[in-house]
Ligand binder design. Sequence first.
Ligand SMILES: *Cc1c(COP(=O)(O)O)cnc(C)c1O
Length: 368
Amino acid sequence: MDFIPLTSPDIRDEDIEAVVKVLRSGMLVQAQNVLDFEASMAAFTHAEHAIAVSNGTATLHLALVALGIKAGDEVIVPALSYVATANVVELVGATPVFVDVDIDTFNIDVNALEAKITARTKAIIPVHEFGLACDIETVMQLAQKHNLVVIEDAACALGAMQNGKQTGSFGTFGSFSFHPRKAVSSGEGGILTTSDEALAAKVRILRNHGVEMQDGKMEFVEAGFNYRLTDFQAALVNSQLKRLPQIIAYKNELAEVYFNEISHAAIKLPVVPSDRNHTWQTFHVVLDTVFDRDKVIADLREKGIGTNYGAQCIPAQQYYLKKYGLDFAKEFPNALRAFRSGLAIPIYEKLQKEQIRQIASVLNKLSR
Ligand SMILES: *Cc1c(COP(=O)(O)O)cnc(C)c1O
């Protein structure tokens, strides 16, 4: 069997031609393709504004800066995520407050959230982990009750919904990434969605060095960033966006094969609540603790299958441990379990169902 990597982006000839067209045009940064990208993302998420930026971390950073979140403020984040979700809170000088996750869905445990709200809490950044919407409806209810802003980290969840409503359109902001590990990719890239007109205007200014056009003149009204997206990156992702519904549908077919074929008692499969759809950015299983997960990754590699751990238990990472010294094993047992025993296995458009069956059969023979 040929080696099956954990992930491999599906870049087709038509995607490459779209990029080449931009390169030949000479309009390389934030031109028509960026405008088209923003328009399609606004239409897709049903948000009024979509702002394209250089990556998914920049989107979260811009959202926090535009909201004026600063030192002394607390922002609630899940203890299990890609570390960027908490890093951006640190970048604006605020304090991330961690909430454990649910071990079935790997999403923020909404039952544990309210206890973490204090007088200093300003915002919640729920993550739609691995491509499954979190219980964003309950997060929104809690946020409204306590007058908090919600920034949805939908970096890996483009197309994920709860009760038919797109992630990224519940909170004040929705943040998406187009890194090659996500469903469609611009190499690097991000989209920030919002239906707040004033915040959208502020984000556009902050994205581009703090420039605002006043009576046809450039005025520098903020100490902004350069978080612009190139037009050839936008062309690359625009071309793939046309296939997004098929990509999500096909990944669901592949996931179904895993559900039907994986039967090892020591492998816990992910759970999809009935009010949500999964977009399968990652197919993430949890191994029984009798297994040494890192040894399993090495063994699978030898057998021709690329796997990896899924996400970080953020309070257990050196920077956060040194700064906050949280007893993560006691406070975030599910996040720690997913971080230590979680395994992301291959799922992407270029894979055939037969390969998924082969992977499942190798997993079913796992032994210590
Ligand atoms: C990928 C990801 C990010 C970061 O996006 P980049 O585009 O790589 O900066 C942030 N949060 C989550 C949950 C992610 O999966």
